[in-house]
Write a protein of this length. Structure first.
Length: 79
């Protein structure tokens, strides 16, 4: 998979999870993909101060990204 295809797949995953974040006043954006296996995202809006944002990141965002791009090993929120 090329870097462009990987980026496309990660963006598709973020598009899938975005409505759930938007419904709570939050959002998410892709910051970078490093070494084709580490994704950095930025939680935005209400997600910044949400007490369960780490759970959302692991349970929702990381799981969804790995569904679209199984080679991804980690997903990290960059404040």
């Amino acid at each position: 998979m090329t870097h462009e295809q990987l980026t496309e797949n990660v963006l598709k995953a973020l598009d899938e999870i975005r409505p759930f974040l938007n419904s709570d006043g939050g959002d998410i954006s892709l910051v970078s993909i490093e070494e084709e296996k580490h994704v950095k995202v930025r939680l935005e809006g209400a997600c910044i101060s949400c007490s369960v944002n780490q759970m959302t990141l692991k349970a929702g965002v990381e799981t969804t990204i790995k569904k679209y791009a199984p080679q991804i090993e980690t997903v990290e929120n960059i404040a």
